[in-house]
Design a protein around this ligand. Sequence first.
Ligand code: PLP
Length: 426
Amino acid sequence: MTTVTELTLDELVSQAQSLVREIELLKGNRLSLDLTRGKPATDQLDLSSGLESTIEGNYIAEDGTDTRNYGQLRGIPEARALGAEIMEVDPDDVICWGNSSLALMYLSVELALKSGLWSDQRRWRNSKAPKILTPVPGYDRHFTLCEHLGIEMINVPMDADGPDITSVRNLIADDPDIKGIWCVPKYSNPTGCTYSDERVATLAALPGTAAADDFVVLWDNAYAVHDFQFPRKPLAPLLDLARVEGCEDQVLLFASTSKITLASAGLGFVAGSGKVLDTITERLNVSSVGPDKVNQLRHARFLRGRLEAHMAGHAEIVKPKFELVEEILSEGLKELDIASWSRPEGGYFVSLDTRPGLAGIVGALAAETGLAITPPGATFPYGVDPEDKNLRIAPTFASLTDLKTAMEVFVLCVKLATFEDEIKKR
Ligand SMILES: Cc1ncc(COP(=O)(O)O)c(C=O)c1O
């Protein structure tokens, strides 16, 4: 096979025609395939069925707490230790709360905006137009959260080591309205990259270099332990490094067990300095008399001492799906040289770039055949991908059989969109 630019016009036209015929045939098949959201598949959820039998009448935590009763706003010690193991911090630096790290992110950002994280006069709303840096492509729900709170977003490009640090530095050095940066440091959503040690060290020191004195690094480590191979890939310790730089009050780390145990009934974690955790605890105390500690106890008993073995079980299910995606993309698109994509070693997503201007067309073509992909643009704030080229593939939820069909359809759509684009350009 030759690259698309080496094909003659006649070859392009004839191949495009046969692709149209194939796609028309598919439309008749009334497919219903979904690669939109990064959800665990049923067999992954089944890995956690052992959670059920961990209590069996014994509700007492290590410190003697009866987990059925009110109290323990920061969570029981063994749940905080579990969070610490996942986030690679000290248990004293962790609050275990609720089932969703996203909810903790919302709470923390809202606090930073409205009443401040530090028991002083600093709050983001003192700025007329608080802004946040959003490395792109990124996680759509970070963008929704900011949009909802009226925080403007500024895109910075991602590279293989993390957010482009020169852009970040230049932006924050002069603009006191820039209040923070979102980071998904391991198996980033969607690019799959893990931040390099050097990049983490720079990010840990970043608050000290910002024009804003209330700049916060929001470290959403959703895929901290979601490796395909073990021992797990290391990530430099942000909180420790921030402490060395005197920036520990301006970093907040998040994680959860949503994609470790049960997506709807896991544990959420936030980690940070004592000062910031005090503010968060005070805020939690306003709205609740304590978290679901029975679930915390179930999780701690189920996962402690066997976290890696449990994640290896996920990898066994998830890795073949990523391999299949790679195989089909490679077979269909590599030699034509019409797209580039990530080959992650963990996490939940593959990020694919088409030629500029074609992601929307691919999304529309896919929808016509009955294949739902994450809406083009969703990986950028306000749903606007300036180059209209990024597409996020979420392979975990589908069965291997459905995934194979879905990816074959996807490849046909990318090819047709690109061939038609090339024909127009001749
Ligand atoms: C980067 C990232 N953060 C957070 C979440 C959601 O986490 P939780 O279920 O803990 O709210 C996801 C889920 O897809 C995610 O990809």
